[in-house]
Design a protein around this ligand. Structure first.
Ligand code: AMP
Ligand code: MG
Length: 501
């Protein structure tokens, strides 16, 4: 499949991948050109065929030494001018000053016909120190790299905007965290890696020329339709706020918790970015904190929508010099709440298999969540079992009721739910199909990731691969993989996920 723009062989051999460097064309204040720190004896841990397809990269390359050399950062791809970008940000609500790609190196971008910009940037995470490393060692451990890899691809399969992951390359090089682990590099892909914190950097340094250059760059690359608007920067903030509101609604509906929603981890194109101590909701608790370093629960599940809005305000403040007055900024930010409310309501209706819109739906959802929380009901398991409900036959409710300690409360909710279904003449079989299309059977539960990680630490990468392939089809029944959809084992309760990565 050769196109006129890409006359080379498609899929590309690794050495033929046409890499260009658009972010590198920004003035030198935006980045530092550098080389990755060599990673001793790199080997392939896992790679995503689907991610490779996005850039037309030949999968035959995965097993080659050349592949491990390129995506460990040891060898530079032809055309690539590697760099790290500067940014700043608010961490846990506090201005943190300059941060930047402390362990990320952008290789450039490759053509990707399916991407909104027509290309995907390739970024190594964990490829060594950069001028922005501060106290860090520039490395990432195998554990966190596998988690980022699997979750990126899982989120994409769930239909949630996210950066992608091409591969993880490992090495036996020791890396010190709470214990001694080994180094790995994950290659991420996005059509645009600019963060909210990239804008805040220039605002807080009072560099308004660079602020404008960055805004114009982001508009030209990812929001070209806004360039013609009477107030392009207002339109940019509005659009980013809208995308962010829709993104966090999708997180809530699937039970995804990011864990570190600092402004430097907020993507300017509304993708899920920077997978660290993330988690998926299991035993439902709206106050659940997936990051054990987040003592105050700033980034707890139920806080996420407010925090994402807060982050949009931080972006709005940074864009203020381009808009001139506070009212214009505020006006753009007003889209957050209605966008979120509309999106989350639609997602909840779909999760419950409802087709029509009724005024009491909001109350129905709230009542369900209260009931689920008081019984700590497993989030994915509940919605899959709910899909089996027979509208006119409560005698088949047992598997569902069994999930609740407070049966009376759940029974009361079920009466409301049945009435609501009957009101719109819901058809059991059709509803089941629709619900199973939006409620995943398979999510990246911590214990599943942990099992794959422990095997990988013993150089058995088969479980990572297996998990990847399961998570690439999260809505399918996959009867042979039933165990991966089951309630977590007892030992999972003792797993804790810290910021250390
Ligand atoms: P995070 O909370 O993971 O998004 O990281 C916040 C900042 O710390 C970013 O600027 C990262 O690049 C940087 N950082 C995190 N871990 C390391 C590390 N091991 N070495 C260098 N910089 C790091
Ligand atoms: Mg980060």
């Amino acid at each position: 499949m050769n196109s006129p723009e890409h006359p080379h062989h498609f899929p590309y051999a690794l050495s033929a991948l046409p890499v260009t460097n658009r972010f590198g064309s920004l003035p030198s204040a935006f980045h530092t050109r550098l080389s990755a720190t060599p990673l001793p004896a790199p080997y392939l841990v896992c790679a995503s065929e689907q991610a490779a397809d996005l850039i037309g990269l030949d999968q035959a390359a995965f097993a080659s030494a050349e592949f491990a050399e390129a995506f460990s950062g040891n060898a530079v791809l032809p055309g690539s001018e590697p760099l790290s970008a500067v940014y700043s940000g608010h961490q846990f609500g506090v201005w943190a000053g300059q941060l930047g790609d402390g362990r990320a190196i952008l290789l450039g971008e490759a053509p990707a016909p399916g991407s909104p910009t027509g290309s995907m940037e390739l970024q190594l995470k964990g490829a060594g120190k950069t001028p922005y490393s501060r106290m860090g060692d520039g490395r990432a451990v195998l554990r966190s790299s596998i988690r980022e890899f699997l979750c990126s691809e899982a989120m994409a399969a769930l239909g949630i905007p996210t950066t992608r992951a091409l591969c993880v390359i490992g090495s036996d090089q020791p890396v010190i965290r709470e214990t001694v682990e080994t180094a790995a590099v994950v290659t991420r892909m996005s059509s645009n890696f600019v963060r909210f914190g990239s804008f805040e950097h220039w605002f807080w340094n009072e560099r308004h020329d660079e602020l404008k250059i960055l805004a114009d760059y982001v508009i030209a690359l990812s929001y070209p339709q806004l360039a013609q608007q009477p107030q392009p920067y207002h339109a940019l903030l509005r659009e980013v706020t809208q995308r962010s509101a829709e993104l966090v609604a999708q997180w809530q509906a699937v039970g995804f918790m990011h864990g570190v929603l600092n402004t430097d981890n907020m993507s300017i194109i509304g993708e899920t970015l920077d997978y660290g101590p993330f988690g998926f909701m299991e035993a439902f608790n709206p106050r659940h904190i997936c990051n054990h370093s987040d003592h105050q629960g700033r980034y707890a599940y139920q806080m996420q929508p407010r925090i994402v809005e807060w982050n949009c305000y931080a972006l709005g403040q940074a864009l203020l010099p381009l808009m001139g007055d506070v009212d214009t900024v505020k006006d753009a930010l007003t889209v957050f709440q209605p966008t979120y409310d509309k999106k989350i309501a639609a997602l909840w209706r779909a999760k419950l298999g409802l087709i029509t819109v009724q005024s009491e739906d909001d109350a129905l959802v709230r009542e369900l969540l209260t009931t689920m929380a008081s019984s700590r009901v497993d989030f994915p398991v509940f919605f899959r079992r709910l899909a089996n409900l027979k509208c006119d036959d409560p005698s088949a409710d047992a598997p569902l009721r069994d999930l609740f300690i407070d049966r009376a409360a759940f029974d009361a909710w079920l009466i409301h739910y049945r009435k609501r279904l009957q009101q719109e003449n819901s058809v059991d079989q059709a509803r089941k199909i629709a619900m199973n299309h939006v409620n995943p059977k398979f999510v990246l539960r911590n214990h599943l990731a942990q099992t794959a990680i422990e095997k990988a630490q013993q150089k058995d990468f088969s479980e990572v691969k297996r998990l990847l392939h399961i998570l690439q089809h999260p809505f399918d029944e996959q009867p042979e993989n039933e165990a991966y959809a089951a309630l977590p084992p007892d030992w999972a309760a003792s797993l804790s996920v810290s910021c250390s990565s």
